[in-house]
Design a binder for this molecule. Structure first.
Ligand SMILES: [Zn+2]
Ligand SMILES: [Zn+2]
Length: 139
């Protein structure tokens, strides 16, 4: 398989010892199979229902999928300020440029913080309502 960006031969590598990816020794990008982006996110935040939808505003690029050679599509990742490429035609997987894996994990970290704060605010509000009710009942 060749790198979609610079055509160098991709080499297999263990990503942080967790799962196997294809990485480019030249531009340091990496190819993740379709389930592997999820695995990458799950290392930080594994609540799939609360991640938000993955693909927004996609458009075609000139970079070929290393599996099928079809043009990859670029998309906005979960409405964050990050663009990733993926094989829209055959769902083979995702291309991440150098450093984009760290950004994915940083966004998932941020997301987990947002969800946590939201859950906290909800439970505080519920507690407040409960206190108000019991206060009213005493009257
Ligand atoms: Zn490359
Ligand atoms: Zn493909």
């Amino acid at each position: 398989m060749n790198c979609p960006k610079c055509d160098t031969d991709l080499v297999k590598k263990y990503y942080k010892g967790m799962f196997e990816i294809e990485s480019c020794p030249n531009c340091r990008g990496m190819w993740l199979d379709s389930t592997e982006l999820d695995k990458l996110e799950d290392m930080v935040f594994d609540n799939d229902e609360r991640k938000g939808s993955l693909v927004h505003f996609q458009s075609k690029t000139n970079c070929p999928c290393p599996h099928c050679g079809m043009d990859l599509h670029e998309f906005q990742y979960r409405l964050y300020d990050l663009k990733l490429d993926y094989c829209a035609e055959n769902a083979h997987g995702f291309w991440l440029d150098a450093g984009e894996d760290e950004r994915v994990m940083a966004f998932m970290n941020q997301r987990e913080g947002e969800i946590q704060r939201k859950v906290d605010a909800e439970s505080i509000w519920k507690l407040t309502l409960k206190e108000m009710h019991s206060f009213l009942r005493k009257k």
